[in-house]
Design a protein around this ligand. Structure first.
Ligand SMILES: O=C(O)CCC(=O)C(=O)O
Ligand SMILES: [Fe+2]
Length: 267
């Protein structure tokens, strides 16, 4: 076993490393008067919504762009067609979503740190037998700061892959407490959780699993340190756009990001 693995098996060392990492983040003071509700919701629950962020027509236009790129610019992960860095292919999406200054500011006000929008993802999910939904099942995106905006371009119901979130699982305390329920031998650094672990964590910690169904044009703002997944699709399709924000010090130059998430080939 490597030293790194031994350290990650010890949750107390892991927690100390997280606290240290957090203490280094640059802080600044709020500047937005608007969107107080969203900021409060994300703080307490881990996520929030802005309804009617896009009109139905804007959603249809952007879904059609995603559809047109499938087979040309997407990478396919099971039932999930992903178009990475879609802002580089499409100036309409870039202008309407990627370049939205208000969205970056809401994120900065919530995270209290300078954020850079790393990339925008366009995705179409389709129903397929045994699909795991968007993101491949329950997970945290990270144990350190992670913040995302997901724009629903389709009406999202229980059936076509709604975002699901364990409310209040994003706080440092909840992250630490959840580590207690990891099965013995499961590395603290492993971000993936089984359904059984989610059931155990939510019942023992008294946390509620929330399914976020919403009409098209709704925008979800989420601290994706919290436990979440895209629910497996039972029927239909879901089109969505996701903005990935990172703190300044985690920003990867575009060449590196694009190399990792090369969008030129289907898998
Ligand atoms: O699209 C969603 O509903 C969630 C996706 C997700 O969690 C991810 O890609 O990390
Ligand atoms: Fe995720």
């Amino acid at each position: 076993m490597k030293l790194r693995d031994i350290l990650f098996l010890n949750r107390y060392i892991f927690i100390a490393a997280l606290i240290f990492n957090d203490s280094k983040a640059k802080k600044f003071v709020n500047r937005l008067e608007s969107h107080q509700k969203q900021r409060d919701d994300i703080r307490t629950l881990g996520f929030s919504m802005i309804e009617g962020f896009f009109t139905a027509e804007e959603c249809d236009t952007m879904s059609q762009f995603i559809e047109d790129y499938i087979g040309v610019h997407d990478r396919k992960f099971a039932n999930d067609h992903r178009i990475y860095s879609i802002q580089k292919l499409n100036s309409y999406i870039k202008e309407k979503f990627h370049d939205s200054e208000i969205l970056r500011q809401i994120g900065e006000d919530y995270t209290q740190t300078h954020l850079i929008l790393q990339s925008t993802l366009g995705a179409k999910l389709v129903e397929e037998a045994g699909n795991k939904g968007s993101g491949g099942g329950w997970h945290r995106d990270s144990h350190t700061l992670q913040y995302k905006n997901i724009a629903y371009l389709s009406d999202v119901t229980e059936e076509n892959g709604p975002f699901e979130y364990v409310a209040q699982s994003h706080t440092k305390q909840a992250i630490f407490d959840a580590l207690k329920y990891r099965p013995p031998g499961k590395n603290c650094h492993n971000y993936r959780f089984t359904q059984q672990e989610i059931d155990e964590i939510s019942s023992k910690m008294g946390l509620e699993v929330v399914t976020v169904c919403a009409p098209k044009g709704s925008l979800l703002l989420a601290d994706t340190r919290g436990l979440h997944r895209g629910k497996p699709l039972i029927k239909g399709v879901r089109y969505a756009l996701t903005n990935y924000f990172v703190p300044e010090d985690l920003f990867q130059p575009e060449e590196i990001f694009d190399e990792v998430y090369s969008h030129s080939k289907n898998q």
